[in-house]
Design a protein around this ligand. Structure first.
Ligand code: S3P
Length: 171
């Protein structure tokens, strides 16, 4: 099956997927959507509530169905939640869905960008830095499995990352 024409951003919490995705979409004159926001709109509740009431598994089910629906629409820029790559089903949807960019950043940057955030249930632990390290160890190979390109966002402005992505798309 040929790849469809979405541009999909994957990567850990704090990599800048939503900020960069929005800017990239504006640059390319494409619609932008974010799996987390679509899940929240459909559920009528925020992500911490979904994790509390339905557990991570409930959230993951909602995530797969949101992703499948978003990919079935016309070409757009899609930002995804950091755990989207955990399920094989999602990985195969992503690989078929379009050009996938894995946004990376150092642990120090990820900690800095997420430390004040109370809306990420997986990071509400005693040692969020250690949690970020564990998640990256587990997920980095999965991000790489689905990615067509890896783009480092460390200490870089969203604008400069967007320029890299635009250049890679033009190659
Ligand atoms: C998660 C990342 C979050 C959100 C949920 C779970 C994860 O998205 O989907 O809190 O498992 O890494 P962001 O990567 O946009 O923060």
């Amino acid at each position: 099956m040929p790849k469809s024409d979405h541009i999909v951003l994957v990567g850990p919490m704090g990599a800048g997927k939503s900020t960069i995705g929005r800017l990239l979409a504006a640059n390319l004159h494409l619609p932008f959507q974010d799996t987390d926001r679509v899940i929240e709109e459909r559920t009528g509740a925020d992500i911490p509530w979904i994790f509390d009431v339905e557990g991570e598994e409930g959230f993951r089910q909602r995530e797969t169905s949101a992703l499948a629906d978003m990919l079935s629409e016309g070409g757009q820029v899609l930002a995804t939640g950091g755990g989207i790559v955990l399920k094989q089903e999602n990985r195969s949807l992503l690989q078929k869905g379009g050009v996938v960019f894995y946004l990376t950043a150092s642990v120090a940057q990820l900690v800095e960008r997420t430390c004040k955030d109370k809306k990420r249930p997986l990071l509400q632990v005693d040692d969020p830095r250690q949690k970020i390290i564990e998640l990256i160890e587990q997920r980095d190979p999965l991000y790489r499995e689905v990615a067509d390109h890896v783009v480092n966002t460390d200490r870089r402005s969203p604008k400069s990352v967007v320029q890299d992505i635009v250049n890679l798309l033009g190659q």
